[in-house]
Design a protein around this ligand. Structure first.
Ligand code: APR
Length: 173
């Protein structure tokens, strides 16, 4: 099932009708700009109220809340690495965001998950480098479990979309 188990689309992650969407958050877990801001706006104030009870989140880790006014039932908040040139373990930390988010999803019986392109916005991680890391980590996870039925990577803009599409195609070869 290599390659075919990951779907890549262009769109708005807040509108995805999946069990869980993943938020590209910051360690405070109190909202922000980018996809974090969009998710909090779409979910409504209940999301922030619950986030306040979580005590933050370390880079590479993931925590879960309800989805409130979102179509998705759950939000998995993960904190990607800030790009500092590639020599500070950024690749491994990015991979752990995907792995820990999917692990948390399986613990909650979640079967469909949508990811944004973690760290490639405000955190500056080059998308051409991030996409293969994300796709490889998701494929590795899906290869050893049937608990997750579908993973969708929701890209905003053509450059991000093509980076992830290419990464999925290269993996399928
Ligand atoms: N749906 C899907 N993708 C989106 C959406 C959306 N509604 N809005 C933004 N994106 C994309 C961006 O275009 C980028 O490709 O999400 C990707 C991640 O960008 P950021 O949201 O900036 O996330 P990140 O780079 O991980 O930086 C996280 O930014 O918003 C703050 O609180 C957040 O401090 C944290 C930092």
């Amino acid at each position: 099932m290599v390659g075919s188990s990951i779907e890549v689309i262009e769109g708005d992650i807040t509108r995805q009708r999946v069990d869980a969407i993943v938020n590209a958050a910051n360690p405070a877990l109190l909202g922000g700009g980018g996809v974090d801001g969009a998710i909090h706006r779409a979910a409504g104030p209940g999301l922030l109220t619950e986030c306040r009870t979580l005590g933050g989140c370390a880079t590479g880790e993931a925590k879960i809340t309800k989805g409130y006014d979102l179509p998705a039932r759950w939000v998995i908040h993960t904190v990607g690495p800030i790009w500092r040139g590639g020599g500070q373990g950024e690749d491994a930390l990015l991979a752990s965001c995907y792995r820990n988010s999917l692990t948390l999803a399986t613990r909650h019986g979640i079967r469909t998950v949508a990811f944004p392109s973690i760290s490639t916005g405000a955190y500056g991680f080059p998308v051409a480098r991030a996409a293969p890391i994300a796709v490889r980590e998701i494929e590795r996870f899906l290869a050893h479990t049937t608990a997750i039925h579908r993973v969708t990577i929701v890209c905003r803009g053509p450059d991000t979309y093509h980076a992830y599409r290419d990464a999925v195609e290269e993996l399928a070869e």
